[in-house]
Ligand binder design. Sequence first.
Ligand code: TMP
Length: 254
Amino acid sequence: MTRRRRIYEGKAKVLFEGPEPGTLVQYFKDDATAFNNQKKGIITGKGVLNNRISEYLMSRLSEIGVPTHFVRRLNMREQLVREVEIIPIELVVRNTAAGSLSKRFGIPEGTPLPRSIIEYYYKSDELNNPMVTEEHITAFGWAAPQDLDDMVALSLRVNDYLSGLFLGIGLRLVDFKLEFGRLWENEEMRIVLADEISPDNCRLWDIKTNEKLDKDRFRQDLGKVEEAYQEVARRLGILPEGGPVDVKGPKTVQ
Ligand code: TMP
């Protein structure tokens, strides 16, 4: 068994050096945090489910021409990804009022928004991920205007595609958060979708009952958290056989 070099550990994932230059192994943990780390817990099997769900969604997006960092899933908890330079902006797309938008503007949760709204947050745990505008992003050099244009265009495509995909399995895509990275190929840079897309960073409500099937179950102590993630995987038709059986720790890559 070879031990891989740990590059970075985040709240829900660990990045290890990949098998070839320019690649990384993304390991999905069961750890869950909310409210910028103030609430901590474990959602058993979450890492396995998010690995699978993110693989599925990134693959579908790639098929419609959205560039992503995803290469392939390696095992239950790990996927191979292209190494990118993460742009320190979290881009949130909202279709229905919920969460911090409802709180900030006093709009009841569940109110449909007149159009999809995009928000930017600066990725900094120390600063508690403050909301920022395009002005901050370009003035402080976090992203160039062209990068931002690409990120917005990609996010809107992701929103259209995923809203339809989830609607087809009886789920409303209320909102979600995306991260992007810069990928260099022969002196050329392109912006690609990075991180993960899973119930950790999407709000998904049952179309008929409005039942929450995402991390809000953990944030708001609603119970049945594992079950919610499993239900999303089940509806996508990708629930791992025998349920989310664990694999311990990172192992040798193929
Ligand atoms: P919010 O309503 O709390 O601002 O969250 C909007 C969306 O972004 C929601 O789907 C959850 C996701 N999100 C993250 O993925 N990471 C975060 O740190 C936060 C605050 C939200």
